[in-house]
Write a protein that binds this ligand. Structure first.
Ligand code: SF4
Length: 418
């Protein structure tokens, strides 16, 4: 393990809740519907976060529990059954219905697993109903995907087939490119989880080697392991270095010949490193502070330091899974300050004291920091952008160069008008 300084901090947090992951999960599985069992706050979050991106009829909704539902849980169950019945009547194309729990106290009291069981009996054969929690008390925003995938695992059929399973939502074109590379390496059986249709679930068993595409799937990885799968230890596919090591780790697990790996990856690496050059000039030497939110912070810090020359002031993470992050931690420079958890006030004090050139943070903190003259990048953009793989490295670097460029333009303009 690297000589990083690992610290823990607790206190007030400023992060999005797990409901946010519905935004990319509903795009990934168009035959699934995400029904948030929550309050008006949850409805506003999901509509403002996702609504703007929906042009067809949405594949998510909120069963809002009104005050009167507090009167008795029986009412709440009846209300939920009524909403589900109406929804399935109106949308017969739904194949999987996710009941997503939230944090209002009246929702916590409802046993959603029992509700899912009851609805499964009622709609047997037509739709599969499963539940997970996206509550802000239990989850940060990417953990919503972890919860949804974990809930699907009991439905995966068993098989001992030798296969590579890519786990974690990727943009479809990026996933297609990665699969093409693996096929060129001679790995023929490749599946992905979550699948592109909720009914096309991959099989799982002792012949399955799991390659995690996202670093926030702790519970999912544990459950897949419990079903007999082997988790391939690798960094995550961000940047040239991370993506190369990620592909190599899978190739080694399938005993692919080294010369085939090198000849397949070398042209991609050369092209990506060339495309990265203009961004290295813009980012090199700049001070970077990452606040905890997406769980992508460690792989991003590794990429921005090792390949773009940025200086790491602090790398905040919502939680640190040392086993899953081992390969990433090994690649970080000595003495990287990693802070697990958050005390938002203290962390902001450290941001101000260090005056970084760029802060990666949640949307709620970005505006106040910008008002103080500090450039920011929303961490949520990383989960909506196609940033994985060797080919995407320059696009990833560009996401961080853009706010610095804007900051320069604004500063110049201010000087000119003074
Ligand atoms: S789940 Fe909790 S944190 Fe998330 S929107 Fe609903 S009330 Fe807010």
């Amino acid at each position: 393990m690297s000589g990083s300084t690992l610290l823990k901090e607790t206190g007030p947090r400023e992060v999005f809740c797990g409901l946010t992951s519905i935004v990319w999960l509903h795009r990934r599985m168009p035959d699934a519907f995400f029904l948030v069992v929550g309050s008006r706050t949850c409805a506003h979050l999901i509509q403002s976060a996702a609504g703007v991106m929906i042009f067809a009829e949405p594949r998510f909704g909120t069963a809002i529990l009104e005050e009167r539902d507090l009167a008795g849980l029986a009412d709440a169950h009846e209300e939920l059954d009524r909403v589900v019945k109406n929804l399935l009547k109106r949308r017969p194309e739904i194949r999987t219905l996710f009941l997503v729990g939230s944090c209002p106290s009246e929702v916590i009291k409802i046993d959603l697993s029992r509700a899912a069981e009851r609805l499964n009996t009622q709609f047997q054969g037509k739709v599969t109903v499963i539940n997970y929690s996206g509550s802000g008390i239990e989850t940060t925003f990417t953990q919503g995907e972890d919860g949804a995938l974990k809930a699907l695992i009991p439905l995966l059929p068993s098989s001992t087939k030798q296969q590579l399973l890519l786990v974690g939502t990727l943009a479809n074109p990026v996933e297609d490119r990665l699969k093409t590379i693996f096929k060129r390496l001679g790995i023929q059986n490749i599946d992905s989880f979550p699948p592109r249709q909720s009914t096309e679930l991959p099989s799982i068993g002792t012949g399955t080697k799991v390659l995690l595409a996202q670093p926030y799937l702790t519970d999912t990885a544990r459950e897949l392991k419990n079903r007999g799968a082997e988790i391939i230890q690798a960094p995550f596919p961000l940047g040239v270095q991370g993506s190369t090591l990620w592909i190599e780790a899978a190739a080694n697990a399938f005993n692919v010949n080294k010369s085939l790996i090198d000849s397949t990856l070398e042209p991609l690496i050369i092209r990506a490193q060339k495309a990265l050059k203009p961004y290295i000039e813009k980012l090199s030497g700049k001070k970077l502070f990452l606040l905890p939110e997406s769980q992508l912070e460690i792989p991003l810090a590794r990429f921005l330091h090792n390949e773009c020359g940025m200086q790491l002031v602090e790398v905040g993470v919502p939680y640190l899974n040392r086993e899953m992050m081992k390969s990433e931690l090994d690649l970080l420079p000595e003495n990287t300050r990693i802070v697990e958890g958050q005390h938002v006030e203290k962390q902001l004090d450290r941001v101000r004291a260090n005056q970084p050139d760029l802060v990666v943070c949640g949307m709620g903190l970005a505006n106040p920091l910008e008002a103080e003259g500090i450039s920011t990048k929303w961490s949520i953009e990383m989960v909506f952008s196609p940033i994985h793989g060797i080919d995407q490295s320059s696009d990833l670097a560009e996401l961080f160069a853009r706010p610095l460029h804007r900051h320069n333009l604004l500063t110049q303009k201010t000087l000119e008008t003074v």
